[in-house]
Design a protein around this ligand. Structure first.
Ligand SMILES: *[C@@H]1O[C@H](CO)[C@@H](O)[C@H](O)[C@H]1NC(C)=O
Ligand SMILES: *[C@@H]1O[C@H](CO)[C@@H](O)[C@H](O)[C@H]1NC(C)=O
Ligand SMILES: *[C@@H]1O[C@H](CO)[C@@H](O)[C@H](O)[C@H]1NC(C)=O
Ligand SMILES: *[C@@H]1O[C@H](CO)[C@@H](O)[C@H](O)[C@H]1NC(C)=O
Ligand SMILES: *[C@@H]1O[C@H](CO)[C@@H](O)[C@H](O)[C@H]1NC(C)=O
Ligand SMILES: *[C@@H]1O[C@H](CO)[C@@H](O)[C@H](O)[C@H]1NC(C)=O
Ligand SMILES: *[C@@H]1O[C@H](CO)[C@@H](O)[C@H](O)[C@H]1NC(C)=O
Length: 196
């Protein structure tokens, strides 16, 4: 038996950014000093989210034994930085996999930046926070930026179900998979703070 369905949900987009004034001095070790880092952190700032994948799979090796697995991943580009944050999370939590309650940490090639996200597969809300530091304009008092943003994804998913018609032990009894794609999106922060 093999069945296929397609579904997608409607979109919404992000809100406006607010810049708080510089106020305190925070000593930091790690920072990015590429030219434009500070200016690009302020001007019409948007993150770009690309390579978005959301897949789930439930494999029954017997009628009574199931192995669920879900993965969500994407790349996040900050126009002020020269590198990309790679964000990836796995879940075996039935039946929704991602509920927006666990904060996952992205990886990036610099310890000057910290990126976290939550994902709710039910509502498709992707929530992103990033903190980074620019010292291109002022090496003594670098600016540290902490921005928060969110986007409702519009995943395009196809589900496939396979049931073994003549199952014997050692074979897969049933397998349900979902594979979702998503166009690249931009996120405008709803919260933006800068501290120098
Ligand atoms: C970040 O990396 C730099 C260079 O490797 C190092 O000097 C610094 O101590 C690190 N900072 C933290 C907070 O780990
Ligand atoms: C996403 O990031 C990974 C790790 O840096 C990289 O291998 C991959 O090429 C990136 N994808 C794009 C389209 O930038
Ligand atoms: C991001 O920061 C906002 C504001 O501090 C917070 O409400 C939210 O839970 C954070 N989200 C993540 C993914 O860390
Ligand atoms: C996501 O959708 C919900 C429900 O429609 C809406 O309340 C919320 O403002 C949206 N969030 C964003 C970041 O667009
Ligand atoms: C597998 O997928 C089929 C078709 O989408 C669905 O009817 C069935 O409930 C699913 N089974 C499990 C265990 O998720
Ligand atoms: C089911 O598999 C068994 C073992 O391979 C075989 O003997 C039997 O004929 C198969 N039955 C059907 C309906 O295919
Ligand atoms: C997601 O599923 C598709 C289709 O099965 C597969 O091509 C892709 O490699 C999967 N990606 C990940 C990250 O699991």
């Amino acid at each position: 038996m093999r069945a296929s369905t397609l579904f997608s949900l409607a979109a919404a987009s992000a809100s406006t950014a607010a810049h708080l004034p510089h106020n305190t001095h925070t000593p930091v070790l790690a920072r990015d000093d590429n030219p434009g880092c500070t200016a690009d952190s302020f001007n019409d700032f948007d993150w770009s989210i690309s390579d978005i994948v959301y897949n789930t799979s439930i494999v029954f090796s017997t009628p009574a034994h199931q192995v669920p697995s879900g993965i969500v991943q994407f790349n996040l580009t900050n126009p002020a930085l020269t590198y990309t944050a790679v964000c990836k999370a796995f879940s075996s939590q039935l039946s929704g996999f991602f509920y927006g309650d666990i904060v996952y940490t992205c990886t990036e090639p610099s310890n000057a930046t910290s990126t976290t996200f939550t994902f709710n597969a039910g509502t498709q809300l992707l929530d992103v926070n990033q903190t980074w530091t620019c010292s291109d304009e002022d090496a003594e008092y670098p600016d540290t930026f902490t921005y928060a943003g969110a986007v409702n994804l519009t995943l395009d998913c196809s589900a496939t179900s396979y049931q073994n018609p003549n199952w014997t032990l050692g074979e897969i009894f049933l397998q349900n998979t979902t594979y979702c794609t998503q166009d690249d999106v931009t996120i405008t922060p709803y919260l933006a703070t800068a501290v120098a």
